[in-house]
Design a protein around this ligand. Structure first.
Ligand SMILES: Cc1ncc(COP(=O)(O)O)c(C=O)c1O
Length: 431
């Protein structure tokens, strides 16, 4: 466990969190290298090595940085990117181009150009619109491109509406009406620049059951058969997407094998029935690799009691560094890091410093009676979609990310400065 409580204080991957706040300031995100690596090891052991002809493509959107890509590279992982910015970050990390897979429901022409120029391993097609754009870039650089086709399997996974993606009414993926799907496959199969590589699905995020995955994969395998029958094209890869749930409050995280073993069984069985070699199995986890590896560290400022209603406990960050609570009522757990062994007896609402009433981080959060301004509040499991979704609302700088491992610490991403916030500001001469 990277979380430990000793002498009334919280330790994270061997580091005293109160000392981290003194040394690096607050607010900060802290990420445990040990925790990230243990997830990558689990995936390598229970998926890549266990089954062979399988790979992990980390979904960069959960948390993207040059250092993160270096860690992933050491584990032989691939990465899923969804923007020119993520491709650029990967380039800066020297991440091998062939291990990059480019997703997204509206890839820009410029982004497709950047991806093809860098030589990414695969583009995951999310609509007919992209075909001529990819072909144009391929011609320009005289390179062929492997194409995975993302379909919408029409399976409604049980999670928050904003993070469900596999149901029929979705902006992601190719709808499975025969005329639509077969047209896209035909465009790819018949293109001199595109190489039909396989099919892709991603049904949603923060899922705890495996039945929707299995159901969706069966839909994908029906299409694998159809592609073979209609075009004689062989599916070499099937991407299962990500979405494996993590512990925020009282959810119980399940091992990767809980999701992946039954999917591998379907993949093996259906491939045999279709009469093809079992395609390479690809997973695209994001949240489950980094969420619990991250904590947010804040200093408590103003404490305001609204008599008979509630006590607001303000911290020095908020919705700018964690939009998930305001965006989709995400719930977190936390602790007062310098009172870690004191009994939480007092109920408070932890709010941020941003100018929105909805800037709440923790509702009905219990803290020790003596909790006061200057104390350090930690929110757990903020490593995914925290920094990644941070904003400069109110011109607050985006906090830095400190990487910790076994008592060592250093910046993984330095905090933004005021100067950086306004560096692109201009004063047009007609002002
Ligand atoms: C295409 C795709 N793959 C993978 C993921 C990662 O999902 P998660 O972070 O839940 O594992 C997402 C997230 O939305 C996605 O859209």
């Amino acid at each position: 466990m990277v979380k430990e409580i000793k002498n009334n204080k919280l330790y994270f991957d061997g580091c005293d969190v109160v000392e981290l706040a003194e040394k690096y300031g607050s607010p900060i995100y802290v990420m445990s290298k040990t925790d990230i690596e243990s997830r990558l090891s689990e995936l390598n052991r229970d998926f890549v090595d266990k089954y062979g002809n399988a790979r992990v493509a980390y979904a960069s959107k959960a948390f993207c940085s040059v250092g993160m890509y270096k860690i992933l590279d050491k584990f032989g992982a691939s990465i899923d990117v969804v923007s020119g910015g993520e491709i650029y970050t990967a380039k800066k990390a020297g991440f091998p181009a062939e291990r990059i897979e480019f997703n997204g429901n509206n890839k820009l022409e410029s982004e497709i150009d950047e991806a093809v120029e860098y030589g990414v391993g695969r583009i995951i097609l999310d609509g007919t619109h992209e075909v001529p754009l990819i072909e144009k870039a391929c011609k320009k650089y005289n390179k062929k491109m492997n194409i995975m086709i993302r379909i919408t399997p029409g399976v409604a996974a049980s999670t928050h509406d904003y993070i469900v993606t596999g149901k029929k009414d979705s902006k992601f993926g190719i709808p499975l009406d025969d005329d639509v799907f077969l047209k896209v496959v035909g465009d790819v199969v018949n293109s001199e620049w595109l190489e039909y590589t396989g099919l892709h699905m991603h049904i949603g995020s923060q899922l705890f059951e495996n039945d929707a995955f299995v159901e969706a994969l069966n839909v994908v395998m029906d299409r694998v058969a159809q592609v073979k029958d209609e075009f004689g094209a062989i599916t070499k890869e099937v991407n299962f997407g990500g979405g494996y749930g993590v512990t925020y409050t009282d959810e119980v995280r399940k091992p990767y094998s809980f999701f992946l073993d039954p999917m591998m069984e379907v993949l093996e069985k259906r491939s045999k029935e279709i009469g093809i070699e079992r395609p390479c199995a690809v997973v695209e986890p994001g949240r489950s690799i980094v969420a619990e590896a991250g904590i947010s560290v804040y200093k408590i400022g103003q404490i305001k009691e609204v008599r008979g209603i509630r006590t607001y406990m303000s911290v020095d960050g908020g919705m700018g560094d964690n939009i998930r609570v305001a965006l989709y009522q995400a719930e977190y757990d936390g602790i007062i890091a310098n009172r870690a062994e004191e009994e939480p007896k007092k109920k408070v609402t932890v709010c941020g410093k941003y100018c929105e009433s909805g800037d709440i981080l923790l509702n009905d959060f219990m803290v020790p009676e003596e909790t006061t301004s200057g104390d350090i509040l930690v929110m757990f499991s903020t490593g995914a979609y925290g920094y990644a979704m941070a904003s400069n609302y109110n011109n607050n700088p985006i906090p830095g990310v400190v990487l910790v491992e076994n008592g060592k610490s250093d910046w993984l991403i330095k905090p933004q400065t005021y100067e950086q916030i306004i560096e692109n500001n201009q004063i047009p001469d007609f002002i």
